[in-house]
Design a protein around this ligand. Structure first.
Ligand SMILES: *Cc1c(COP(=O)(O)O)cnc(C)c1O
Length: 399
């Protein structure tokens, strides 16, 4: 068998170098644990970037996918298939939205949301110069449309020109939104809790002000719930904490728990007045295998009381992180909600993350100075304690 080092050398010759990967080759998972190909075990507080909510090697999830593989994997969207119809019913139930379009990824869900918003505005006045307001420090994906509304200039620069007519405002600064507003504004897009940008929740008052503005002017509110949705903050979708319902919502990441699938959803008002036949499509989106993943994920969320665990164990995680923040001078504070948490450091965190990995704990950052905690949603207090112990020992060694 090749060693980890040999595999990594081979990977670096063949894969496009768009990631500075951690130097481990992962092999298998069990619950909240991952194993590399040399058998070393890791406590996983990354969950494939907020994806694997149910934990690895979940028997019922695996069996449901295997059954669907043996039945039918793909049909195209020229025909109906039962798993997609069921998935649409279930996602409507948990979101309260009316219409859904399934995609293969988060970025594609954002692309679809942007197209729906532009079409909605176009049908109203026939113009093609509508503007979208997006937030600084936001992250919406790497395709050209999603990148255009991503508030990180370094990600965009080399790929200009963007799709155009995007204006940026600051999250939680309503005045900045009003400043960016023009006659041509057709939509405002934001993450309900910014993930990649440093784990920054939108404040309730801000969300409500933006929503009121949108209603007053018939502007569409697009909430990107790709990272903060699917139970991660202690509600199925983070906006449900505040009752600020979007006109269009995106979801992905934990929606399929590892099978690549996303969705954008909308209210009936937008559904009936935006994209129609010929306007949008996808070969794979919502195929029977992807839809089967959504179905079993939503079933297991209910059966295993996942959201109750996020509320309880998420509160415990929050307490533990607050304790760490109080104990260590290098930690400035904690941000986040439920099991989407960030510890803000006064210095870059990559050294700590590297040391934690050596000690068998997988953590990720969100920006240079923030450690992000996005564990599988099935973690227990014992896992939180173990994580905190390892993190403390890393910080102690680095003091
Ligand atoms: C990850 C993410 C995306 C992009 O999803 P991909 O599946 O990587 O394309 C978009 N928005 C948010 C908030 C995300 O966290």
């Amino acid at each position: 068998m090749e060693t980890m080092k040999q595999y990594i050398e081979e990977a670096e010759k063949a894969l496009l170098h768009t990631y500075n990967r951690y130097q481990i080759v992962l092999d298998k998972g069990e619950g909240v644990w991952l194993y590399d190909i040399e058998g070393k075990r890791y406590l996983d507080f990354c969950a494939g970037i907020a994806v694997f909510a149910l934990g690895y090697h979940n028997r019922k999830y695996n069996d449901a996918l295997k059954a669907q593989i043996d039945k039918l994997i793909h049909t195209s969207n020229y025909y109906y298939n039962v798993p997609a119809i069921e998935a649409a019913r279930k996602i409507k139930e948990v979101s309260g939205m009316d219409r859904v379009f399934f995609t293969n990824s988060g970025a594609e869900a954002v692309e679809g949301a942007i197209k729906a918003a532009r079409k909605y505005a176009y049908l109203k006045d026939g113009r093609t110069d509508h503007e979208i307001i997006a937030m600084e420090h936001s992250f919406h994906g790497r395709t050209m449309g999603a990148l255009s509304v991503t508030g990180n200039p370094a990600y965009r620069e080399a790929f200009e020109p963007m799709i155009g007519n995007i204006r940026f405002a600051s999250l939680n600064d309503f005045e900045s939104v009003k400043k960016a507003l023009t006659e041509k504004t057709c939509a405002i897009i934001m993450e309900t809790v910014q993930g990649e940008g440093g784990v920054i929740p939108a404040q309730e008052s801000f969300l409500k002000q933006v929503k009121a503005l949108c209603q007053e002017r018939d502007i569409l509110l697009i909430l990107d719930e790709i990272q903060c949705g699917m139970g991660r903050t202690g509600a199925m979708f983070a906006w449900q904490h505040y009752g600020v319902k979007p006109d269009i919502m995106t979801t992905a990441k934990a929606l399929g728990c590892g099978i690549p699938v996303g969705a954008f959803l909308m209210t009936e008002k937008v559904g009936a007045n935006s994209l129609t036949s010929g306007d949008h499509g996808t070969t794979y989106g919502g195929n029977p295998l992807a839809a089967a993943a959504i179905n079993i994920v939503l079933d297991l969320f209910a059966e295993n009381h996942i959201i109750d665990n996020v509320k309880e164990t998420g509160a415990y995680l929050e307490r533990k992180l607050d304790e760490l923040a109080a104990e260590y001078d290098c930690i400035e504070g904690r941000r986040g909600r439920g099991m989407l948490q960030g510890l803000v450091f006064s210095r870059p965190v990559n050294g700590v993350i590297q040391k934690a990995l050596e000690k068998g704990l997988i953590l990720i950052n969100a920006g240079a100075n923030v450690i992000r905690f996005v564990p599988p949603l099935i973690i227990t207090r014992e896992h939180v304690d173990e994580m905190a112990e390892i993190l403390k020992s890393c910080l102690d060694e680095m003091e």
